[in-house]
Design a binder for this molecule. Structure first.
Ligand SMILES: CC(C)(COP(=O)(O)OP(=O)(O)OC[C@H]1O[C@@H](n2cnc3c(N)ncnc32)[C@H](O)[C@@H]1OP(=O)(O)O)[C@@H](O)C(=O)NCCC(=O)NCCS
Length: 179
């Protein structure tokens, strides 16, 4: 899809231009944003629905004038074990050892205005409250510079190389300590 129009949410609008917790009736709009932002790494709608069911406090959308223009999915997880792309988790670990940011995606017209940084700060707060020692992610789309500005560093883990290539040729595993 190449349209740049915002995506209407299924729910009623909240205040304009703000991150708010994701709801199940946002999932259609979230999948549409994902299709537009991650054309090269498609994931099934079930993936978004599962993450929201498993850890709703880690799932947020950015709503502006009743339209969704960005989302993020995140949850406690096991360190150095990012899930393969487009895979269900089944359940979250009983004893998590990292807080994992699965995906942060803004529509192109929304970028460069601080919305990405605003939600990273919210996620870091949530991760700290969850008791995890660090936050980790797989950086794709040449986004490592953005994550670096938020204290994430690339960690080379040869055992993860094949999995990272399934995301993106230049995908990087990045970690940010919390304590
Ligand atoms: C990467 C992304 C989340 C950044 O969000 P954003 O709202 O545009 O970023 P911000 O406006 O908060 O930018 C914060 C800083 O990071 C910089 N930055 C933003 N994107 C960057 C990138 N891809 N590489 C390097 N620096 C970047 C900005 O220039 C800004 O720098 P400044 O503080 O000196 O002004 C957003 O561009 C996006 O959704 N991209 C497409 C999907 C994607 O790649 N997601 C990440 C998957 S792991």
């Amino acid at each position: 899809m190449t349209s740049t129009s915002p995506i209407k949410t299924g729910g009623s609008p909240t205040q304009a231009g703000a991150w708010r917790p994701m709801r199940t009736d946002d999932l259609g709009a979230v999948a549409e944003i994902a299709d537009r932002v991650h054309e090269a790494y498609p994931e099934d709608p079930e993936i978004f629905a599962e993450r929201l069911r498993l850890w709703p406090e880690g799932c947020w959308v950015y709503e502006s004038d009743g339209a969704l223009i960005a989302y993020v999915l995140s949850h406690p997880a096991i360190a150095f074990a990012p899930p393969p792309l487009n895979s269900l988790l089944g359940e979250l670990p009983k004893v998590p050892t990292t807080y994992y940011i699965h995906d942060l995606a803004l529509l192109p017209e929304t970028r460069g205005q601080g919305a990405g940084s605003a939600i990273v700060r919210i996620l870091l707060d949530g991760a700290l409250r969850s008791g995890c020692p660090d936050v980790s992610l797989v950086a794709v789309n040449e986004s490592a510079g953005f994550w670096g500005r938020h204290g994430f560093e690339t960690v080379s883990v040869p055992a993860l190389d094949a999995k990272l290539r399934s995301y993106d040729e230049d995908a990087r595993f990045m970690v940010r300590p919390l304590v």
